[in-house]
Design a protein around this ligand. Sequence first.
Ligand code: PAF
Length: 287
Amino acid sequence: MKVVRAVAELRAARPSLSSPVGFVPTMGYLHEGHLSLVRAAAVENDSGAVSIFVNPTQFGPSEDLAAYPRDLSRDLGLLEMEGVDLVFVPSAEDMYSPGASVTVDPGTVGERLEGASRPGHFRGVATVVTKLFNLVQPDRAYFGQKDAQQVAVIRALVRQLFLAVEIRDCPTVREPDGLALSSRNVYLSPRERLAAPALYEGLSAARELWSRGETSAAKLREHVCRVVEPHPEIRLEYVSVAHPATLEEIESVDEDGALLSLAARAGRARLIDNVRLEGAAWSREDV
Ligand code: PAF
């Protein structure tokens, strides 16, 4: 496994990767969710590349950039065991040269939901992912469905900027009690950790209600709240029923299906999760 740290080194190493190249961009502190993406990339491609970069431009001024968990030597050990060919670990100075002013703004799809509580977050994500795609030049790139809005933003980015990369999204990996894996779960206290599975319970209960014929977005949102609210350790920030591609809120779920998603605070941790209400829009090109 080759580990490269500078842009020039990456450019020199890239031609030695055999095509197709599968790429998994990460911010490190890897867990089974990331490794499931690495494994999906290994199955579908001839070589695998991973980036580890805690991207400063996607953190807001009050967010946890300095405290974001990091463990590079453990991450490299895990990637070595997965048989990854190339790991790119750039510095912030390399990715953002002094005076860097060009950004990639995903527009409305990045302003809703997470974008509303984290202004500029998806501009930071779209900018760094564009840079990484240009540097690594992957044939396929892999993202987790847990970050559903990130997937929608990146699909819009690739489609609208005609980027030559296929986006693959992979199912959320969960703890046995349903909690979605996240690097931020380390912030949960034991009491918060015990309460946190209520988020997925609420989403699953609402999905079950929808599968039995309930289409009202208000009723589905209420159902999620009813499951989560008895847990005082968790404070819901939003519950959303939105169109799968545009993420526009909808009033009732039709044959296109919907994304049912939420964000919540549990102590220091901000948790997000979602389930798909499957429908035609999920399998169309624009999702
Ligand atoms: O999902 C993440 O870890 C990050 O948002 C990403 C895609 C690596 C961009 O920094």
